[in-house]
Design a binder for this molecule. Structure first.
Ligand code: ARG
Length: 475
């Protein structure tokens, strides 16, 4: 018999029972549900709404149930609609009368919103930790290959040489902004709906601040209708995950390209690549492709929740039950993607010689040759045309700018002197880009100071998140 049995003369049709159930998904929130019930019961006792004995019995019973679920020894009843009913029902079977008092002044509407917010905080914390670990790996690899240069690209065409460290740190900063978006999602989730009851608050003298603080929330949601009916904090999580997945898909794509025979810039370690069932020679970047591919489902989860919430009237509607599966999936997916990426980047072999050899192709020095003329007084636009003609000549001869005889340069412009060789040297070209945020080793060294400051700040932020109720692994 369902918990609302009094009003009903018949049971729910078996197929609709299954259709309406959320237990297969929300059982993963058992720790949050139990923490919420504990805090609620303690507050009820403190406010004199239930006896201390009942509260103690509830707390003991919930402790037992939690330990059993943790150990994988709890048999969930598939007839239970959701985790709230599964736990409350079992509690009542175990402790009797006191279990029936737990739900005083509470509704599953504020209960589920509380559980979901607590779970969001735990998931976001995991994501922040995994995000930091990948960023640390990127910094380490950047520093280990401080001298490596590769052709920077625009339109996937060779453009100008850049340091590998500079290239990797670009991803560091993308992920740093993702961290901030995660932090914003944590902040959004960090408010307690408990005490909003079904929609309008209750007639019991609840202490909402006490339950909020007991659960590690920093504040109480000031409007009961809002508290039970909005899931925008989950949208913040989805958006943070989607943007991060997009960034990871870009890095993944470069790993796929760089590990191809055409590029050969990196060799993935055996532990982060796969073979072919038919072609014995193959070493495939499957996991990078999968990180790229997982982006689709993460975007899908964002769209699903946006559409689910669209047009919902106040306050709780059962549509909202569709909020948890995608959130758990996206968070889980991104934690995996971040960990796989950290492993892949941290163990890949960098073929610095191949990168440097690739800089011989595509006239990477052209801009610097034009700058050489401009610095000698020729208007840049004119210099651009002069060098364009030299590049055309190179292409006709099948050579690079540094292989063109000095006479050709002189014929193109009398401003060219023997010192033009300086503008043609790859390391010189890189070293000259000293503007803040540029690719010169000196500028990258400066950049690394900002990197370290941001790492220290974000590590401290994770430390300062305070108590979160961790996701349980037993369900
Ligand atoms: N399983 C529900 C959910 O996930 C819990 C709240 C149900 N409330 C209700 N009044 N039907 O949203």
């Amino acid at each position: 018999m369902a918990l609302w049995g009094g009003r009903f003369e018949g049971g729910v049709e078996t197929s609709t029972q299954e259709f309406g159930a959320s237990l297969p998904v929300d059982k993963h929130l058992y720790k949050q549900d139990i923490a919420g019930s504990r805090a609620h019961a303690a507050m009820l006792a403190k406010q004199g709404i239930i006896s201390q004995d009942d509260c103690d019995a509830i707390s003991r019973g919930l402790g037992q149930i939690e330990a059993e679920i943790d150990a994988g020894a709890f048999a969930f009843d598939i007839d239970d609609e959701d985790i709230h009913m599964a736990i409350e029902g079992e509690l009542t079977r175990r402790i009797g009368e006191a279990g029936k008092r737990l739900h005083t002044g509470r509704s599953r509407n504020d209960q589920v919103a509380t559980d979901t917010r607590l779970a969001t905080k735990a998931l976001v914390k995991q994501l922040m930790e995994a995000n930091l670990a990948l960023r640390q790996t990127l910094v380490r690899v950047a520093q280990e290959h401080a001298d490596a240069v590769l052709p920077g690209m625009t339109h996937l065409q060779h453009a100008q040489p850049v340091l590998l460290a500079h290239h990797l740190l670009a991803y560091y900063w993308m992920l740093t902004r993702d961290f901030k978006r995660l932090d914003a999602a944590f902040e959004a989730a960090d408010a307690s709906p408990l005490g909003a009851a079904a929609l309008a608050g209750t007639t019991y003298p609840l202490d909402r601040v006490a339950t909020a603080y007991a659960l590690g929330f920093t504040r109480v949601i000031p409007n009961s209708l809002d508290a039970v009916s909005d899931r925008d904090f989950l949208l913040d999580l989805h958006f943070a995950c989607s943007t991060m997945a997009m960034h990871l898909s870009r890095l993944a794509e470069e790993i796929v390209l760089w590990s191809s025979s055409e590029f050969g810039y990196i060799t993935l370690s055996d532990s982060f690549s796969t073979g072919s069932s038919i072609m014995p020679q193959k070493k495939n970047p499957d996991f990078a492709e999968l990180v790229r591919g997982k982006t689709g489902r993460v975007y899908g989860n964002l769209m699903q929740l946006l559409v689910t919430c669209k047009g919902l009237p106040l306050a709780y509607n059962k549509d909202l039950q569709e909020d948890k599966e995608g959130a758990l999936d996206s968070a889980h997916t991104l934690v995996q993607c971040l960990e796989v990426m950290a492993g892949m980047v941290g163990t890949m072999h960098v073929n610095a010689d191949r990168m440097r050899a690739a800089c011989r192709v595509g006239h990477l020095a052209a801009t610097d040759v034009a700058d050489y003329l401009a610095k000698k007084g020729m208007p840049f636009r004119e210099a651009h045309a002069v060098v364009g003609r030299l590049v055309l000549e190179c292409d006709k001869r099948g050579c690079q700018l540094d292989e063109l005889p000095i006479e050709e340069f002189r014929a193109a412009s009398p401003l060219f002197g023997n010192d033009i060789t300086g503008a043609l040297d790859i390391d010189g070209i890189v070293a000259a880009r000293t503007t803040e945020g540029g690719t010169a080793p000196s500028a990258v060294a400066e950049q690394l100071k900002f990197v370290r400051t941001s790492l220290v700040g974000d590590e401290a932020r994770v430390e300062g998140l305070g108590h979160v109720v961790p996701m349980g692994a037993g369900a």
